[in-house]
Design a protein around this ligand. Structure first.
Ligand SMILES: [Zn+2]
Length: 537
């Protein structure tokens, strides 16, 4: 990179007064209220350090649907919405391939660090530059590293020019990468993998961290709203997976808080061995904690398991911040923390507690829709419904019949009582003042989205069919505040302790980082800088 820019290292550009390192932390599925709900049990150096000594933006929301992990990470780091960066879901029906694709899959690359398939990934589908790309483009001496359990959460934040993006290999318990980035793992990653930490961690049972008086949900451990994992017959502590087969252990590991510890171990190793903070220009480390989401889907936000998960994650953050103090120096780095989306309470819990909520059972609805389509048009024109996107079969696209089928589907789907609104691709490509339609339009991509997109009523989740299991656990993806309102905290170099109540959108984070890093706005960034961050004493 240095050579192609015609520079030698002693001629490096220099920024004016930027931090040595920026650390971006995403906590997958973290709701805004967790900061307050769990505050009394947090130690002084984890979340509390960010809340009490940093700038806390208390009204930041997602400004598009769907609120999933891939789109969330892409939007945080590009400062843009799926309508621009193209990450419209975690998986979507992709017409050019005639099948479903994953947002970071790339069949042209190979796994590095394992013989498994889990490394066949890259940011191929990401259409925009990230703030980390912009940093590398502007200051080639900067280093960017991305780490996470989930592939997409390591790949999308660190962008196309990443010096190393590493994620968890379910086949070996190693951190892996792909040939998109490099052809072999750095020595320090191999050394880390050789320690085989996963088998250590997974054999230690997950028990409560604190005494029982510290927990709000101590009496509701055995809840009917929680899913079962690892062969357990009731969703209660302790979670002891030491008897499972090694293959099952590698799978179940990512739901344990120990996976947050494992990721923190790796992030600290990256900080040390990649010598972050010692380069001529600012380095950037992106860390995404996936485990709170994996566990959150199973247990829901009002569970003893999630309370303990956050008490433990707080300790991991403290360990990370103490390492940054020691290795980079207090006041020499900037940390920000946010979430890729939040989550709805278990819909069955809502319904049982006289609150609005429930399920849309798709198999039944889709079968009826297909039958009606055949009786009206003599043919089934529905290809698939995925992520509340309705895809027609390819052969009808661009024909006169297409318009009629879309109108018919719109009319039919708007009659489903679980549905709040249905929008056609034409509506999604025209201007609107309607808030929900605008949010759907900001998540729409003409190549990757369906011919129609619908949104459900508040508190509702789509499920394939009505089974006992479909009433347990929860998910996210909606335009409503339970999914869109997330924490945004900045801490470190020249950042004042303050609470900011100005409403901002998730795309504003990158627009703000532009001025932390002295770079141009990334190509499709649409956000505005959060000006309060730059207040001086
Ligand atoms: Zn999730």
């Amino acid at each position: 990179m240095l050579l192609c820019f015609g520079l030698s290292s002693n001629q490096a550009f220099s920024q004016k007064n930027t931090p040595k390192v920026v650390v971006g932390i995403v906590v997958d599925q973290m709701c805004y209220d967790y900061l307050y709900r769990f505050y009394p049990q947090f130690g002084k150096d984890g979340f509390k350090r960010l809340m009490d000594k940093g700038t806390h933006f208390r009204n930041v929301t997602y400004n598009y649907v769907p609120t999933y992990t891939g789109p969330g990470h892409a939007s945080i780091y590009t400062g843009s919405t799926p309508s621009n960066h193209g990450i419209v879901a975690n998986e979507w029906h992709y017409r050019p391939f005639g099948r479903e694709v994953n947002c970071v899959e790339d069949t042209t690359v190979s796994t590095v660090g394992s013989t498994s398939k889990y490394g066949k990934c890259s940011p191929y589908f990401l259409r925009s530059n990230t703030i980390t790309d912009q940093l590398k483009l502007t200051y080639p001496t900067s280093k960017v590293i991305g780490v996470s359990i989930k592939d997409r959460s390591a790949i999308l934040p660190a962008g196309h020019l990443s010096d190393g993006s590493y994620w968890y290999d379910y086949a070996t318990g190693n951190f892996i990468t792909s040939t998109f980035y490099k052809n072999e793992l750095p020595a320090w990653v191999n050394r880390f993998n050789d320690r085989k930490l996963v088998s250590n961690y997974v054999n230690q049972p997950w028990n409560l961290l604190k005494d029982s008086a510290s927990y709000t949900y101590i009496k509701q451990d055995n809840s009917p709203y929680e899913g079962l994992v690892g062969g357990k017959t009731s969703p209660v502590f302790p979670y002891d997976f030491s008897k499972l087969s090694p293959a099952d252990q590698l799978n179940v590991f990512t739901i344990l808080p120990a996976a947050n510890t494992f990721l923190t171990d790796f992030a600290i190793q990256a900080l040390t061995d990649e010598k972050l903070g010692t380069h001529a220009t600012t380095d950037f480390l992106t860390i995404s904690y996936s485990t709170p989401d994996i566990a959150g889907h199973t247990f829901g936000p009002y569970s003893l398991e999630m309370e303990d998960m956050y008490f433990r994650l707080d300790q991991e953050l403290a360990r990370l911040f103490q390492t940054l103090d020691k290795q980079i120096g207090k006041g020499q780095y900037v940390v920000f923390l946010t979430a890729d989306h939040a989550v709805v309470p278990v819909p069955q819990f809502l319904a049982d507690h006289k609150l609005p909520g429930g399920y849309l059972f798709l198999k039944d609805k889709t079968d009826k829709l297909r039958a009606k389509c055949i009786s009206k048009f003599g043919k089934d024109y529905l290809n698939t419904i995925e992520n509340d996107n309705v895809y027609l079969i390819d052969e009808v696209l661009g024909t006169e019949t297409e318009t009629q089928v879309i109108a018919f589907f719109k009319q039919e789907i708007s009659q489903w009582t679980e549905v709040k609104g249905v929008y056609t691709k034409e509506e999604l490509q025209s201007k609107t003042a309607e808030n929900w339609q605008q949010m759907v339009a900001s998540g729409y991509d003409k190549e990757r989205s369906g011919e129609l997109i619908f949104i459900l009523q508040p508190g509702f989740l789509p499920k394939t069919a009505d089974t006992p299991n479909s009433h347990k656990g929860t998910s996210h993806g909606s335009a409503f505040n339970y999914d869109t309102h997330v924490p945004v905290l900045f801490y470190g170099k020249e950042i004042l302790p303050q609470d900011v109540f100005t409403p901002y959108e998730i795309v504003d984070i990158t627009a703000t980082l532009v001025h932390v890093l002295d770079v141009q706005r990334p190509n499709t960034a649409v956000g505005k800088p959060m000006l309060e961050l730059f207040r001086k004493k």
